[in-house]
Design a protein around this ligand. Structure first.
Ligand code: SF4
Length: 232
């Protein structure tokens, strides 16, 4: 064996360059829920949107009108995660645009935050028929998209509206009334469970201790944390 052949034994074989190194079979992700959506699968939200719009990873694809991906600012410090699209969202393709969404906008406005300060999305991107709670299989099939949204948007604060968002993202099964308003430090981000706006619509009282009053306390805490992060 020549010296050149010997030294070549120390070389690793050159691998094919891949634009999606960790995603396994990139093209089949929208069709096959057995193929995980790994971190770094997408290099941009536009790329993720193409997959979501063609997604058939769960049965919700059969009954949706539009895939509902997000609204707001993709560079926002605050991300708001809801449960899933309702009828208005399914029709428009935008999250939180019904009465619950209008109330959410008012809650943000009460502490001088606008749509430009937040990025709003959901645990599942397609409407569960009759607004039922999404199943574990549906949440699991869709979760990779949400994790990629979090990675790309990179918010410092994530508000989880309601029990489904809390359980779906952090696996916490405690009742929302017990944990709302508490900061949860997780992977260098501040998570806070809050009431879902639809719950507030069903509980209109503003008395001290009521859900609306508690939401007012929570959104002020969010604004305070937002101020701190902005001035760091
Ligand atoms: S809910 Fe998510 S996983 Fe299911 S079809 Fe829609 S985008 Fe795909």
């Amino acid at each position: 064996m020549t010296a050149e052949e010997q030294i070549n034994l120390f070389s690793l074989p050159e691998s094919e360059p891949s634009s999606h190194p960790s995603s396994g079979d990139f093209d089949t992700i929208p069709l096959n829920s057995q193929i995980p959506i790994n971190s770094n699968t997408y290099s941009s939200l536009d790329q993720l949107t193409i997959h979501c719009n063609g997604c058939q990873r769960c049965q919700l694809s059969q009954t949706r009108t539009h895939v509902v991906i997000s609204r707001g600012n993709p560079h926002a410090l605050i991300m708001i995660v809801g449960e899933g699209p309702g009828q208005n969202e399914d029709e428009t393709g935008l999250p939180f645009v019904g009465k619950g969404g209008q109330l959410l906008d008012k809650i943000l406005a009460s502490v001088e935050l606008t749509e430009n300060d937040v990025y709003i999305c959901n645990i599942v991107k397609c409407r569960p028929p009759g607004n039922r709670v999404p199943t574990k299989e549906e949440v699991d099939a869709c979760k990779g998209y949400l994790l990629e949204q979090i990675r790309i948007v990179n918010p410092m604060i994530i508000l989880l509206t309601g029990a489904t968002a809390l359980k779906g993202l952090l696996g916490i099964t405690q009742g929302i009334t017990k944990v709302r308003g508490q900061w949860i430090d997780h992977e260098n981000r501040y998570f806070m469970p809050i009431f879902h706006p639809a719950y507030l619509l069903r509980n209109p009282s503003k008395e001290k201790g009521s859900p609306k009053w508690l939401m007012w306390q929570d959104i002020q805490a969010v604004r305070k944390r937002w101020n701190e992060i902005k001035t760091e």
